[in-house]
Design a protein around this ligand. Sequence first.
Ligand code: ADP
Ligand code: ZN
Length: 610
Amino acid sequence: MKPDKPFNSFNPKGLLVGIVVAVGLLAMLTHLTEHTKNIGNISYKEFLDKVRGDQVKQVKVAGQFVEGVTKDNQKFQTVVAERPGDFDLLEKHGVDFAVSTPSMSTGSWHVFIVIGVLMLLGVISGWYLMRQMRNGGKNGGGAGGIFTIGKSKAKMFLPASIKERFSSVAGAHEAKEDLKDIVDFLKDAAKYRRLGAQITRGVLLVGEPGTGKTLLARAVAGEANCPFFSVSGSDFIEVFVGVGASRVRDLFAEARKKAPCIVFIDEIDAIGRQRGSSMGGGNEEREQTLNQLLTEMDGFETSKEPVIVLAATNRPDVLDKALIRPGRFDRQIEVPVPDLTSREEILKVHLKKVKAAPDLDVKRIARGTPGFTGADLANLVNEATVIASKKNLTEVGMYEFEEARDKIMLGTESKTMILTDHDRKMTSYHESGHALIRLLMPKDTDPLHKLTIIPRGRALGVTHFLPEREKYSRNKEELLATIAAALAGRAAEELVFNELSTGAYSDFKAATEVARSMVCLYGMTDELGKRVYLDSYDSKGGYSQKTFEKIDEEITKILNDQYAIAMQMLIDNRDKLNLLAETLLDKETMYAAEVYELLGIEPRADLRLV
Ligand code: ADP
Ligand code: ZN
């Protein structure tokens, strides 16, 4: 897929000159600071006193200018009177001294070097700018080409060249459903404006690499029949502070001209990380770039036709809070690793492009590829086809898929998480444990939303709960239920497999955090009383070792009690646990309604409005 018109040009020569200039400046700066380090300006009198006090080791004399080092290695400089007698003094006190003509003093040497470098840089950049101005028209730099360095690296695709539609994206039904609004809006913004609707400007597509975020973004443009600008967050960042910001400005200036249109920013985290979160040189550049992006998005208010920014990331948690504020990226759409059904659909999309054997069991291939992303599956079909071609076959069969899968799984072991059957089973019981305790707890805080054993990032499975409403205070039973549910994953593992995995670490962390708050912040224990124990305590933090131990004891007691409660509930409801876990193992993802129905549990208050 070639972009229709690269309205920018990346210039490697520009980069080269940039590096030369930067290195030159850096060298100059270190040179200057090196030179002046430790030098104290002292008076003539002080100088004589130091010599008389035998404190001076060495001096260089150039006319009346003296530079020297004391015996304790302090550099100093001074201007002295022209008194030849002083040399006798130096000699008498054993100072090692050298004399040169004034113009060649060491001080001047440095100045000459600096001026030399500056002149050289001036000539180089002058020459470079001249060339750029002459070439400006040619490589589309515009504005005389001087600003090529700030030109965005984005690619633009015109609607005619965008072949993707929602039908090209298999699975991802929720994501597509959510994005339909955007398409509608791009097609007829006026309709929404009439009623004064707040206009969406930014949508975050959240998901692992290869799950089809780029594909979805292109499909939105395809459906809306509008231009598509594509750029990666890392493309904005260069050595120079200000370059990224100017690239963002250029990109959006161009996008506004083509509105309605889509701007797709892949890897938004490259620029969107929390500001001030890391040290180092690249930071200021990144922050300026981010600020410019925020400014541009705020400016959409005034433009008539919409520019919608779709951005992809798999780390929404590290993004700067300012980015996800209303009016910016205020919508998040999850693009999940496909479940069994979606894998089958994706395989079918890609199988259309090759000559597959009529008896190919697509469902079986889907079953055998848990954890594969859309990109992995596309790759699988391609690999199988390559293998079949090598064997001079007329069609691609099961056997080739088997071989291709083995090849991919070997190659991607570290990259994609592909689970063994045992891992999957254990994960399924773990997640079912969480869910079941949630459902059985009389005081249920957060209703079940969905549970899945599809790996996402580091976590093997995730059980999602929706907070019922913004709760500022929770009562003790609710907090205890939360702890029990968090620990129930591990309890299920222990009960069913009598085997412990490391998968419960984050559960423990969350449970411990809640227990600590109960003891230290909410005064919910009998023994420690109604007071706050700040967690900034250290050895000299104010309270005794005994109190310290007591806090630990109470936290551990809460956790142990809740673990025992969860375990007992699982034992009492073993049939439900087995049913849920085995069903989940098969379906891979289950929504709340399915779980209630399966277990015959009365659904709790639902959040939906209709
Ligand atoms: P991401 O942007 O999330 O990293 P991409 O959109 O670049 O992923 O996906 C890479 C390729 O994987 C796509 O070009 C497509 O061939 C395939 N693919 C991914 N998800 C799907 C899907 N849901 N349906 C069909 N193909 C998919
Ligand atoms: Zn868990």
